[in-house]
Design a protein around this ligand. Structure first.
Ligand SMILES: *Cc1c(COP(=O)(O)O)cnc(C)c1O
Length: 392
């Protein structure tokens, strides 16, 4: 048994969240209602977006974003294969084809240079992913999308509290840089509501569409009917979904949001410590932050030296009590995407494939001490040395 046990991630949850849930339970209104409305207002204010609409998770947020963009049968949506599979799946939900382009040479985000060549007459939208919390180069991608008249959606599942330099100012992801941004509150992310999602936009028509479709296409929400002194009948003008967030989740989300600035500050401190320690390890590549981006370090993913066996390193670390995860997956190599026509490759995906096998995510969470970070860094250093000859 190792002296320490360090998980790869850990949410920050305590009595404050318990109290918030308790308040909602005792209020008698537990589904989407006043807490969701307040959470939306506070989230919009936090990221600097005119509109924020809460939904059940980020996958449903992406689905609604694509519908709002008019994506349907026969359309193409440019994105990365190198992402959690939900990014590609949301495109398939619309009957559209994901067109996968490769990631950058150094980093896990879409390579802006490869987007233009993947555009065809059928391209209806682009989904960029701020992978692991590191912002994409929106300053280059937004003008490209505008020039071609293509809707740009941000998969910001991992990027709550991440920032980019925009016209000389630091702005949060979710402020209206592209057309729509989609966030996740899964426990693996920086803040959580158990499950949950949020869409932000500056476009009132999109926001109206999200609100309609998340609640069965119902024209008069139950909250309005509940509070009305007059009998009102709702109608259902199009086929919608049940993609609601509950008031229980939203109340917890509001507490999490209030904690967020402290959470980000703590994560950035730990990330900086990792980077300084790991830059001394020969051949190991810590993630790098461009001078126009500030990551929330939702995941701290390092690229191993060439020839090192990823699985072996992960096992050696696990034997020392340190949980890690392999690099981000690639949707195009999963069985779900094996059938012809499930996707189109917009070029080589070699970097995406290499990244999955050459990178590992190290533990990073608020409750970690600096000593824990030092322990992980030094154990990783030794694990690289300890890789047996036959694995090279
Ligand atoms: C987590 C994640 C999702 C899915 O979020 P859910 O809220 O679990 O649906 C989508 N895209 C990326 C990049 C993610 O990391």
């Amino acid at each position: 048994m190792s002296p320490r046990q360090i998980p790869v991630a850990k949410p920050v949850l305590d009595e404050l969240e318990v109290e918030a849930a308790r308040r909602v339970i005792l209020s008698g209104w537990v589904t989407q209602g006043p807490e969701v409305a307040k959470f939306e207002q506070e989230f919009a204010a936090y990221v600097g977006a005119p509109f924020a609409c809460a939904v059940s998770n980020c996958t449903t947020a992406l689905h609604l974003a694509l519908i709002a963009a008019g994506v349907g049968q026969g359309d193409e949506v440019i994105t990365v294969s190198h992402s959690f599979i939900a990014t590609a799946n949301a495109i398939r939900y619309c009957g559209a084809t994901p067109v996968f382009v490769d990631i950058e040479a150094h980093g896990f985000n879409i390579d802006p240079d490869q987007i233009a060549t993947a555009i065809t007459a059928r391209t209806k939208a682009i989904i960029v992913v701020h992978q692991l919390g590191m912002p994409c180069d929106l300053a280059r991608i937004v003008p490209l999308a505008r020039q071609h008249g293509i809707t740009l959606i941000e998969d910001a599942a991992c990027a709550i509290g991440s920032e980019i330099l925009w016209d000389g100012n630091w702005e949060r992801i979710g402020a209206p840089h592209a057309d729509i941004a989609c966030f996740s509150f899964h426990p693996r992310k920086v803040v959580t509501t158990g499950d949950g999602g949020m869409l932000t936009t500056a476009n009132p028509d999109y926001d109206r569409k999200f609100r309609l479709l998340r609640q069965h296409g119902m024209t008069v929400p139950d909250t309005v009917r509940h509070g009305s002194r007059q009998v009102i009948f709702e109608s259902y003008d199009e086929v919608g979904y049940n993609y609601r967030m509950t008031d229980l989740q939203a109340a917890i989300g509001r507490v999490q949001l209030a904690r967020l600035p402290d959470i980000i500050a703590a994560r950035r401190k730990l990330g900086a410590l990792y980077s300084s320690l790991l830059s001394r390890i020969d051949g190991l590549r810590p993630p790098t932050e461009p001078n126009w981006a500030r990551s929330n370090w939702q995941s701290y993913c390092v690229t191993l030296p060439a020839g090192v066996d990823q699985e072996n390193v992960m096992q050696v670390l696990l034997d020392r009590g340190i949980s890690t995860r392999r690099g981000v997956m690639n949707s195009h190599i999963e069985p779900a995407y094996a059938e012809p026509g499930m996707y189109r490759a917009g070029g080589s995906l070699a970097r995406s494939e290499t990244a999955q096998h050459r990178s590992i995510m190290l533990p990073l969470f608020v409750q970690m001490s600096e000593d824990d970070v030092q322990y992980v860094a030094s154990e990783l250093d030794q694990a690289l040395v300890r890789v047996p000859e036959h694995a090279l």
